[in-house]
Design a protein around this ligand. Sequence first.
Ligand SMILES: [Ca+2]
Ligand SMILES: [Ca+2]
Length: 199
Amino acid sequence: MHADPRACGRTPTTGDGTPGPARHTATGAHHPRTTTTTHHHPRITKETRGNTMRKFTATAALLGLTALGVLVPAATSQAAVAGPGCDSKWGPRNGNMYAWQDLDCSGTQLIVAAGNSANWGAGSNDKATSVMNRGFTGGLDHVAFYEHDNYGGGHACLAPGELYADNLTDNRLTSGVGANDSITSHRWVARSACGAFLT
Ligand SMILES: [Ca+2]
Ligand SMILES: [Ca+2]
């Protein structure tokens, strides 16, 4: 009987005690919630910083594109200046190689050939100063020029993508001999057969 009022008296005290810390924990739970809401604010600022960084990278990409746009016409203009004579002689690919006696595809046209030549002959031997490759691309599409007849001595190739070499005084054969006024024979080869390239 006494245990019941004591128990009843104790239970409200314990009941008052238990809601007390329960309220503290509840308020304590509310505080981290408010702190989490405050954490949301720096997250928003980080997102805004990320957006500004994306804007900076976007403008940098635009600047890079404009820089490339400036470089492209400059390169094409340099190519046009390099060999105006050879540019005027260039045309659709027809399977032929050409050689001229002088600079920039000028002077006497020494040879035009769709096939190979083991000896250009006394009239064209050791005279070429500019050459052109209008051969069809694929397979044996490089022209290998040789110092001697029958594809002897050093050599150098003219790639189809190079189109022409307007000044052979700038180039040397694989033997170290200058390419100018030294070519005597030529044949069509694959790129893998080339030890040097005319430019
Ligand atoms: Ca010459
Ligand atoms: Ca020669």
